[in-house]
Each structure stands twice: as structure tokens, then as C-alpha cells.
Design a protein around this ligand. Structure first.
Ligand SMILES: C[S@@+](CC[C@H](N)C(=O)[O-])C[C@H]1O[C@@H](n2cnc3c(N)ncnc32)[C@H](O)[C@@H]1O
Length: 236
């Protein structure tokens, strides 16, 4: 990936994220990505005209990778190693767009607090853009494309799932990580958490697109399950 970034013009953003960022005026915008991992998506917003780039991730190793990628690409970006729940106040109301992409919300133990923090980063009129995996697919057993689709857990199960592994997108290797709890946050919980902190929904779309690296069986089955969504909140 470092090679791809060093050549310039590389984008790790998918078509939908690009469309939504452009529709929401990424050109000239100050953007923060919450739980940015190694910053590959954040850095890709530069090509779309983003002005100030800030990435926050709780894993020091990913933040270091983000800085390396930024240096290789010659892009000015700030990477902050911080638990999102412990973010310093100096980032309050500094951004036009806050971006959250695949694989973030399920790691958040306190959804309302998460939305409070996300909204706090935005200037008045700012946008929280979420492009996430649809929680309904968490009900299914993950599998290869030839594996049958089986129901595994209830959509209404509030028990935390403990994961002790991490994936290094940069080197493509797995690594030992501090055990993390993940949750099925129902679609209604996500929507109500955003509304509950005073933001307004400006766009919501459930999509058939498979954006994880897990549910190939559900995708291949063609049963028409929503696999991802875009949800946009506007701060007043
Ligand atoms: C699946 S990744 C998101 C990846 C991103 N969509 C991408 O493609 O690069 C989730 C990230 O959330 C970070 N994370 C999880 N819990 C966090 C927390 N409480 N505070 C900050 N970062 C957190 C992890 O370190 C990880 O990099």
C-alpha cells in the first residue's frame, strides 16, 4: 500500500463513499475520520479536494502506519492515537465533515456517547457521514461464497462478542490485540442515538453492497439482504 500511495493519485475509497463525499461538498472541507485505522481512506479524500485531514484511531500501530502513508503520499495529515471516548477537547467544532466507515460502530460500547463526541467535532452545519455494514447481517454465520447461509444469532442479542484478533490492512497480517467487545447495534439504535444528540438525518439508504470481508455466503446467496448503509446526520 505504501507503494500505491507513493505513486500519487491512489484512492482507497469506494464508489459510494466518493459519491456521498462529493455530494456533501468535500472540496475545500476540513475532514476528520473517526477510527481511521491506517488512514488509507482519509488520505484518499485529498484527491477529492479535502483541506485539513485529521484521523483518530485508538491503535498506536495504525496511527504510525497512517503517518508513514501520509509521508509516502506527500499529503499533510494529522493522526491522533486516542480512544475516541477520551479525545482531547481541542478538536471540538473544528470540522465540516466527520467520516465513519465500515467496521466502527460495532466496536462502540456506548453509542449515544459516541454520537455526542462525533457531533462535538463538527462545526454548526457540519455533516456526520456513516458508511457501515448493515447490522442485520451480523445474524448470519460468516462464510465463503459456497457456504450455506445460516442464522446464527438474534438481531436483538445485546451480549458483547469478545474478539482478541486484529487485522493489519497494511501488511495483510493478523496480530494479537487487546480483547475488544463488539455489539450488534440495531439500525434503530444507531438512528435514535444520532437523533438523540440533536442531529438531523439528511440521507439514509440501505444498500445491497457487501463491504465487509466476511459474509461472502450472504452476498452469493442473492437473498436480497441489506448488507451496508449510508446514514448522514447534519448538525444544526
Ligand atoms: C475496522 S477498522 C475501520 C477501518 C476503516 N474503515 C478502514 O477501512 O480503514 C476499526 C478501527 O477502529 C479502531 N477503534 C476501535 N475502537 C476504538 C476506540 N474506542 N477509539 C478509537 N479507535 C477505535 C480500531 O483500532 C480500528 O483501526
Amino acid at each position: 500500500m505504501i507503494e500505491a500511495f507513493s505513486k500519487g493519485g491512489f484512492s482507497a475509497l469506494g464508489k459510494i463513499a466518493i459519491e456521498r463525499l462529493q455530494a456533501n461538498g468535500i472540496d475545500g472541507a476540513d475532514i476528520v475520520q473517526i477510527c481511521c485505522n491506517n488512514g488509507q481512506e482519509l488520505l484518499s479524500t485529498k484527491e477529492l479536494g479535502a483541506k485539513r485531514l485529521v484521523g483518530i484511531d485508538g491503535t498506536e500501530g495504525f496511527v504510525v502506519q497512517g503517518r508513514e502513508l501520509a509521508a509516502a503520499a506527500g499529503i499533510e495529515a494529522e493522526f491522533i492515537a486516542s480512544n475516541i471516548y477520551e479525545l482531547p477537547d481541542r478538536y471540538q467544532e473544528k470540522f465540516d465533515i466527520a467520516l465513519v466507515t465500515i467496521g466502527v460502530l460495532s466496536w462502540m460500547p456506548e453509542l449515544v456517547r459516541f454520537f455526542e463526541i462525533a457531533a462535538g467535532l463538527l462545526r454548526p452545519g457540519g455533516l456526520l457521514l456513516i458508511h457501515e455494514q448493515h447490522p442485520v447481517i451480523e445474524m448470519m454465520e460468516p462464510g465463503g461464497k459456497d457456504d450455506p447461509v445460516k442464522f446464527e444469532i438474534s438481531y436483538f442479542d445485546e451480549t458483547a462478542y469478545v474478539d482478541a484478533n486484529g487485522l493489519d490492512y497494511y501488511g495483510g497480517e493478523t496480530y494479537d490485540a487487546t480483547p475488544n467487545n463488539s455489539f450488534i447495534h440495531k439500525m434503530s439504535d444507531v438512528i435514535m442515538a444520532g437523533l438523540g444528540v440533536g442531529m438531523a438525518i439528511q440521507h439514509f439508504e440501505e444498500l445491497p453492497d457487501h463491504i465487509s470481508n466476511t459474509w461472502y455466503n450472504v452476498e452469493a446467496s442473492g437473498i436480497g439482504m441489506p448488507m451496508s448503509y449510508v446514514l448522514e446526520f447534519r448538525k444544526s
